[in-house]
Design a binder for this molecule. Structure first.
Ligand code: ADP
Ligand code: MG
Length: 140
């Protein structure tokens, strides 16, 4: 089966605790490949645009504050059914509900500071990747 892509962010709670390598190990152990990666400090404009679908949610402003509170690592992951595969190893949004062995169960601090983002559909993966990467920057 052809490989597909998903978009990942290692969030500020994780970069602050020096967990980039530990999270990348979980990603690679699962068989997903990191085919693009960059450490950035998101501007408020970038964070607001990225999370625009949540603009009406009560946690939106706090989420923008959190995502701009420190560096993040934006990534493109490639593998078989990459979106579903990554959601599975990320675990549930709330770490209290996340399955054992998942990234959020292992590392997340709270429902907000939950260490990683992963796209929820192939369509959104393509849109999210295009927010941060040019096709030339993705080397599979
Ligand atoms: P996911 O990241 O699992 O796809 P959502 O898309 O629903 O979850 O939410 C986006 C992000 O917003 C979450 O990863 C988390 O950082 C934050 N968030 C979600 N729900 C809440 C909540 N109830 N309170 C605070 N922050 C939240
Ligand atoms: Mg989501």
């Amino acid at each position: 089966m052809a490989a597909s892509r998903t978009f990942s962010i290692i969030k500020p709670d994780a970069t602050r605790r020096n967990l980039t390598g530990a999270i990348n190990s979980k990603i690679e152990e699962s068989g997903l490949r990191i085919v693009a990666q960059r450490r950035i400090h998101m501007s408020r404009e970038q964070a607001k645009a990225f999370y625009a679908v949540h603009a009406e949610r009560p946690f939106y402003n706090d989420l923008v504050d959190f995502m701009t509170s420190g560096p993040v690592v934006v990534q493109v992951l490639e593998g078989e059914k990459a979106v579903t595969a990554y959601r599975k190893i990320m675990g549930a949004t709330n770490p209290a509900d996340a399955a054992d062995g998942t990234i959020r169960k292992l590392f997340a601090e709270s429902i907000e500071a939950n260490s990683v983002h992963g796209s929820d559909s192939d369509n959104n993966a393509a849109i999210e990747i295009a927010h941060f990467f040019k096709e030339d920057d993705i080397v599979g």
